[in-house]
Design a protein around this ligand. Structure first.
Ligand code: IPM
Ligand code: MG
Length: 330
């Protein structure tokens, strides 16, 4: 479908997650990691499959995405949540609350309690087991993700909301101090701080108050799922995970949806929009990215709907037909 734009894309495929485990006994096979290292960008399919839930943690499919993020230094996760005008009624919230919504969540992706050491399960008092993880952030980690968020805000509506739990957590206290220092370089951006519990509430009360939300790995994981539902379907949202030089991994924010696997009804738009983000952020092709986004918008305008967004009315189609509808409108 990109041939008409004459983009010289060299595409290689590699197994990862459950497929990686089946191919080589590891969720992130060495060959896959080395291909990913050599690539300019990675388009990632969702991981996760209940068939692998009984495996020990290091072999579970989720380790593939966590391993790629860490190994490639993909610290900046951009998760836009926009409501397409045609899908306003698919949202769980009232139309006037979500119409025109356009939020960008900037989630730190390689630190926090996800990766902090020590972590484990140990026996305490010789009697019972205790699970523990460590939440930690270095100043430099906060600084670099804050910069990404300020830069993004500067190119949008110039409002940045930094989300933390500074009333309880030391990590958040430091986070807040560093963000305030970074703000000095961006006087045109209005900075606000919000506790994560309040933010979770505000996202459903009045989501349009937000422009860019900056937050850590764990809070960003939770808030981005919440934000996605405002848009009607988690099946619509793309994401980018970038390193310091703009190389990135692109993936839909939805999971692998094992309950509908193989039935040809999944919504392909989040993946298609992820490819658009890839063209924009890593491959220097903003024109091609915009064309894909316009084609998606047009297919929606013309009423094409996969099952997850069908409550908004329109013509119900399967995965393949939706993909073809978009390709035909490029
Ligand atoms: C996400 C996912 C991952 C995460 C899982 C699959 C490890 O929920 O990308 O949001 O928690 O980061
Ligand atoms: Mg998540």
């Amino acid at each position: 479908m990109l041939a008409r734009l004459e983009l010289p894309l060299e595409i290689t495929q590699a197994p990862v997650g459950g497929a990686g485990y089946e191919a080589s006994g590891k969720p992130l096979p060495d060959a896959t990691l080395s291909l990913a290292r050599d690539a300019d960008a990675i388009l990632f399919g969702a991981v996760g499959d209940p068939r692998f839930d009984a495996l020990e943690r290091s072999l579970r499919p989720e380790q593939a995405i966590l391993g790629l993020r860490k190994a490639l230094g993909l610290f900046a996760n951009l998760r836009p949540a926009q409501v397409h005008p045609e899908l306003v009624s698919a949202s769980a919230l009232r139309p006037e609350i979500v119409a025109g919504l356009d939020i960008l969540i900037v989630r730190e992706l390689t630190g926090d309690i996800y990766f902090g050491e020590p972590k484990g399960i140990r026996v305490v008092d010789g009697a019972e087991r205790e699970g523990f993880d460590t939440m930690r952030y270095r100043e430099s980690e906060v600084r670099r993700i804050a910069r990404v968020a300020f830069e993004a805000a500067r190119n949008r509506r110039r409002k940045l909301c930094s989300v933390d739990k500074a009333n309880v957590l030391e990590t958040s206290q430091l986070w807040r101090e560093v963000v305030v220092l970074e703000a000095k370089a961006y006087p045109e951006v209005e900075l606000q701080h919000m506790y994560v519990d309040n933010c979770a509430m505000q996202l459903v009360r009045d989501p349009k108050q937000f422009d860019v939300i900056l937050t850590g790995n764990l809070f960003g994981d939770i808030l981005s799922d919440e934000a996605s539902m405002l848009t009607g379907s988690i099946g619509m949202l793309p994401s980018a995970s970038l390193d310091a030089r703009g190389k990135g991994l692109y993936e839909p924010i939805h999971g692998s949806a094992p309950d509908i696997a193989g039935r040809g009804i999944a919504n392909p738009l989040a993946t298609i929009l992820s490819a658009a983000m890839m063209l924009r952020h890593s491959l220097g092709q903003p024109e091609a990215a915009a064309r894909i986004e316009r084609a998606v918008a047009q297919a929606l305008r013309e009423g094409y709907r996969t099952a997850d967004i069908h409550s908004a009315g329109g013509r119900r189609v399967g995965t393949e037909e939706m993909g073809e509808a978009v390709a035909a409108r490029l």
